[in-house]
Design a binder for this molecule. Structure first.
Ligand code: NAD
Ligand code: IPM
Ligand code: MN
Length: 357
């Protein structure tokens, strides 16, 4: 039997609530099979920081690196908490993990599942993947401020884009487009204003496209892309974009797919040097935390991405099919289900799927 060492980081707010359900489903999916999961929980996040001052120590990072994959809930406390101002947990924990583990591909698939209450009246056959760059752009913390607090304050936040960093994520996106039936790739940027980075991204896509003659390539400015994502999302297949644009577009993608509670993601280190990390796109949702109101579907679908990444496509399919069936049945359900009721239902369906194989 194969043993997968999984690091679980439930995190803050609704993070622990949705991770509990994701682990329930993950265990149901492997139950009785050849693969075993050995789960180590890491209690990181706002509570630990407030108690100890530590966010992610070198020892934490070393221990996390000893795992085959990571499942993360959400991090970041209530933004109104003065102790947590400036995204101290987000940068010190989530972004530090993405950078230290070289998660240069942030994979964010979007589907409109049958029966889902999308805010779009006629979304069409929506099935696209945003390949968001994960280690560069305006996220690197390259900036500074002068004369802070004075009327003459100047704040700089510099976006870093390297030829190496852009090419590797663009190649990944082309490879992904090659594996998908539609064979389309859209670069989203803002080349009309961000001319230096935009030029690097456009030239890289042009150069790499030569190696993929059967992929249809196009380009959209990010502002126009938000129009098309709402007006005609079915036109997209693979979108490749920078770290910040990808962040914004994937919350929008979550909303059109029927809610941010459905949007899953993988922070991938394609080289396999470091463990990849799977997490819902959403945050810690302090407004609904601790009330069993969170939709755990995004966290559950993140385990399907995790299974796929680990070369366990049967388990991934079981989870996806159980989620699809659950989503389809939702509109007929009277009254809202709690977080754990949704997890229980999907875990039961996963077990049923498993036993009928
Ligand atoms: P958020 O995603 O936490 O919440 C946005 C809205 O979506 C809220 O109304 C929330 O109630 C709702 N929502 C989110 N997840 C849901 C779910 N599973 N089911 C039902 N509703 C859900 O974004 P925010 O409010 O901007 O951020 C809150 C905190 O989370 C901040 O500290 C932020 O930095 C952090 N954050 C963390 C991550 C992460 O860990 N990956 C991602 C985004 C935001
Ligand atoms: C996400 C989040 C993070 C991001 C924050 C919390 C740092 O919004 O995973 O989408 O901006 O990448
Ligand atoms: Mn985000």
């Amino acid at each position: 039997a194969r043993t997968v060492r999984l690091a679980s980081i439930p995190g803050d707010g609704i993070g622990p609530e949705v991770v509990a359900e994701a682990l329930k489903v993950l265990r149901a999916a492997v139950d009785g099979g050849e693969v075993e999961f050995d789960v180590t929980e890491f209690s990181l996040g706002a509570a630990r920081y407030k108690a100890t001052g530590d966010i992610l120590t070198d020892a934490d990072l070393d221990a996390i690196k000893q795992h085959d994959a990571i499942l993360l809930g959400a991090v970041g406390g209530d933004p109104r908490d003065p102790e947590l101002r400036g995204g101290i947990i987000e940068r010190g924990l989530l972004l530090k993990l993405r950078f230290a583990l070289d998660h240069y591909v942030n994979l964010r698939p979007t589907k409109v599942y049958p029966g889902v209450p999308s805010p779009l009246s006629n979304p069409g056959d929506v099935d696209f993947v945003v390949v968001r760059e994960g280690t560069e752009g305006p996220y690197v913390g390259n900036g500074g401020a002068l004369r802070v607090g004075t009327p003459a304050e100047i704040a700089n936040e510099v976006s870093v884009n390297t030829a190496y960093g852009v090419e590797r994520v663009v190649r990944y996106a082309f490879d992904l487009a090659q594996k998908r039936p539609a064979h389309r790739l859209t670069l989203v940027h803002k080349t009309n204003v961000l001319v230096f980075a935009g030029s690097l991204w456009q030239r890289t896509v042009d150069a790499v496209s030569v190696d993929y003659p059967d992929i249809a390539v196009d380009y959209q400015h990010v502002d126009a892309a938000t129009i098309h994502l709402v007006a005609d999302p079915a036109r997209f297949d693979v979108i490749v974009t920078d770290n910040l644009f990808g962040d914004i577009l994937t919350d929008l993608a979550g909303a059109i797919s029927g809610g941010i509670g459905l949007a899953a993601s993988g922070n991938i280190n394609p080289d396999g040097t470091f463990p990849s990390m799977f997490e819902p796109v959403h945050g810690s949702a302090p407004d609904i935390a601790g009330q069993q109101k969170a939709d755990p579907t995004a966290a559950i679908l993140s385990t399907a991405l995790l299974f796929d990444h680990l070369g366990l496509p049967d388990e991934a399919r079981r989870v996806t099919e159980a989620v699809e069936a659950d989503i389809e049945a939702r509109s007929a359900l009277a009254g809202a289900r709690t977080t754990s009721e949704i997890g229980d239902a999907i875990a039961r369906a996963v077990s049923r799927v498993a036993t009928t194989l």
